[in-house]
Design a protein around this ligand. Structure first.
Ligand code: ASN
Length: 327
C-alpha cells in the first residue's frame, strides 16, 4: 500500500496504519499506549464514581442527537440517519441531549463513555486531530455552574497526570514522555475567546495551542443552542480545555434550560425543532433543570499524554477521516 503522509507542525508523519500492517515495534508501542489508556480510564471513571456520579451506558440510535451546528470547529461531511421501525433515527454525534434530560429527570450527576460518530470532512485526516468515530467521556451536573465544572476538571486533570506519573512510569518512559509530562499547577489559566481573537485572529486555536505550556481554558465561544448565552451581553457561558501543541480535548458549558430561549436559538440557527421535540416539550413543562457539564475526547486526551503524532494512533482500529480499514 502506498504510504500516505500528513504534515503537522512537528514535520511529516505517516498516517496510522491498520493493525495487520504494523511491525513488531509498532505493535509494542500500541500495547504501551493501550496500557496508558487503561490506566487513564480507570483513574477517571473511579474519580467520577468517588465524586457521586452515576455511570450511564451509551446509546447508538435516537431521534434527537447533537446538531453540531452552528459550531466553527465542526466539519461534518455526512449525517447518518436511517429508518428503524418506520421512524427516522440518527447515530449519536454526542449524548448532549440525553445527558441534559437524564440529569434533569433522574440522576443529578452522571457520566457516560459513549461512541460519537462524526463523519468529518475527509481533508481532516491531515490535521492529526480528527476521527470519524471516537469515544467521549461526557458528564453533566444538575444545578452546577461553570466554575464548579472547571474546578472539577482542573482537579481530575492534575490528579490523572500525578497518578500516571506514579503508576504508569514504565509506559511513559517507553513512550519517551515521562519527563516532558508535568503535573499542572492549579487553577489552570482562563482566557476569553474575544481576547484570543484580538491577539491571534479568528482562527486562534492553532496559534494559542503553540503558545501555552500547560492546559488552559478558553471561555465565551459562540456555538450550539444548548450552551448558555446571555442575550443581554452576548456572552456565552461555556469553556474548552486546550492542551499545549495539540488543541482542544474537552468542551462544555452551563446549559440553556428555558423553553423560549431554546426555541429562539434553534430558529435563529436553522436547527430543526422537529428533531428536538421531547427536549422542547420537557422544557415547556419546566422539567429541564439548570445544569452544567462537559465532555472529554478520550483518544485526544491519551494522544496528548502519550505524545502520539496522530490521534488515530491511540485507537487499535483507527477511524481516520476519509480512510476506511477492514476493522
Ligand atoms: N460534550 C459536549 C458538552 O458537554 C458537547 C459535544 O460533544 N458537542 O458540551
Amino acid at each position: 500500500m502506498q504510504k500516505e503522509k500528513i504534515r503537522l507542525e512537528s514535520g511529516e508523519i505517516d498516517l496510522p496504519k491498520p493493525l495487520e500492517q504494523l511491525s513488531k515495534n509498532e505493535i509494542e508501542r500500541k500495547m504501551y499506549i493501550a496500557k496508558v489508556m487503561t490506566k487513564t480510564l480507570s483513574y477517571l471513571t473511579q474519580s467520577f464514581i468517588e465524586n457521586g456520579f452515576e455511570w450511564l451506558l451509551p446509546v447508538v440510535f435516537s431521534k434527537s442527537t447533537d446538531p453540531l451546528w452552528p459550531d466553527p470547529g465542526a466539519s461534518i461531511e455526512k449525517r447518518i440517519e436511517t429508518e428503524v421501525y418506520g421512524e427516522t433515527v440518527r447515530t449519536t454525534l454526542s449524548m448532549i441531549v440525553h445527558k441534559i434530560v437524564a440529569s434533569s429527570l433522574v440522576m443529578p450527576k452522571l457520566f457516560i463513555l459513549s461512541p460519537n460518530v462524526r463523519i468529518e470532512k475527509r481533508d481532516r485526516r491531515f490535521t492529526g486531530w480528527h476521527l470519524y468515530e471516537f469515544t467521549q467521556l461526557d458528564f453533566e451536573i444538575r444545578g452546577a455552574n461553570s466554575s464548579n465544572v472547571m474546578s472539577f476538571v482542573d482537579s481530575i486533570i492534575k490528579g490523572l497526570i500525578f497518578y500516571l506519573k506514579k503508576n504508569a512510569k514504565e509506559e511513559l518512559e517507553y513512550l519517551n514522555v515521562y519527563n516532558s509530562l508535568s503535573v499542572p499547577e492549579l487553577p489552570l489559566k482562563v482566557y476569553d475567546r474575544i481576547w484570543l481573537e484580538e491577539k491571534y485572529g479568528r482562527d486562534w486555536e492553532p496559534f494559542f495551542k503553540d503558545d501555552i505550556n500547560e492546559p488552559a481554558w478558553v471561555t465565551n465561544i459562540p456555538r450550539e443552542f444548548y450552551d448558555y448565552e446571555d442575550f443581554s451581553t452576548g456572552r456565552w457561558d461555556n469553556y474548552d480545555l486546550i492542551v499545549p501543541k495539540y488543541g482542544e480535548i474537552l468542551s462544555g458549558a452551563r446549559r440553556e434550560w428555558e423553553y423560549d430561549k431554546l426555541v429562539r436559538k434553534m430558529e435563529r440557527d436553522g436547527v430543526r425543532k422537529e428533531n428536538y421535540l421531547l427536549l422542547l416539550k420537557l422544557a415547556r413543562e419546566g422539567k429541564i433543570k439548570p445544569s452544567a457539564g462537559a465532555g472529554i475526547g478520550v483518544e485526544r486526551l491519551v494522544c496528548w499524554i502519550t505524545g502520539s503524532k496522530h490521534v488515530g494512533e491511540v485507537q487499535l482500529f483507527p477511524k481516520i477521516p476519509g480512510t476506511i480499514y477492514d476493522l
